[in-house]
Design a protein around this ligand. Sequence first.
Ligand code: SF4
Length: 350
Amino acid sequence: MQIHREILDWFDQHGRKHLPWQQDKTPYRVWVSEIMLQQTQVATVIAYFERFMQRFPTLESLALAKEDDVLHLWSGLGYYTRARNLHRAAIMVMETFQGEFPSDLESLQQLPGIGRSTAAAILAIAFQKRATILDGNVKRVLSRLYAIETWPDEKETLNTLWDLAEKLTPIQRVNDYTQAIMDIGATICVRGKPLCEDCPVKRKCAAKKLNIAATLPKPRPRKIPPARSVMLLVLQHEDAVLLEKRPARGIWGGLWSLPEVASNMHMSALKKYCRETFNLTATEIQHGETFRHTFTHFHLDILPVFIECKARADAPNGIWYNPRAARKIGLPAPVKKLLELLHVNTSDSL
Ligand code: SF4
């Protein structure tokens, strides 16, 4: 049996048919219900819908209302942009569409707050026109039915889901089918652990077969933070280490840190750099082990290089820091860690 048949048979037996917006169906009532249902569950929406219809029984009455009155009726439902858009859209229907609720996909999507899926739901349910929906619930059902293991809102996956949704949408009884697939998503193929035993398409469901339904749909992939590599120079003479103050802006802004150079600087270049930049003669250079410090948006791979210097030189932009001296200075955590490696006492640093 075709999938849509199974869904419609299920709807005939179990579908919800007595909700307030399923009675006296008009485009206006269907539209208001669809907007209310966008981020809110049916059980909560019922009372709000009934109050809203009592106060604004027609599209014209909503268009004539004050925005404050609309928002007042929406109080507690959340996502108030929905209410503002509803009000603006009612005015637009009165002014741009001469009070006639649009009945094609393109015009509907011109109204504030109506995207492709909501427009299709209005077309299917209120106008009985063949149109395909793909809201969050349907995305979940289809991701599982076809075991799609990528994030549904990723561009290619979304296109695939739209294609599948189009293919499944029947020509006949499109209003019941639309209601049914939304209901299945909301009540059976629920987030987390779906109730597969009650599902009309369980025999065809790839995710159920593979036992991966609870892991789908996949969440938005976390961006992998980029990694940068640097060398930090631990320039030492006797008990002291050369530190430089970081610029106020940027990482470790205003803290005292070790001089930083590109991670690929060679030994000979390092010696030259020490001489030319700090007027220091390096007598011994040793590479430490690279370690990672993670910031919110990137990783910093730090290669410490321990350099013994023949003597100190004046440091116009820095200080020779002796951690044993009772001087409080702000040190970034990785620098503090490195100084601890040198067995120096940094307990007085921030
Ligand atoms: Fe969802 Fe389970 Fe039905 Fe598959 S069988 S569509 S996972 S409820």
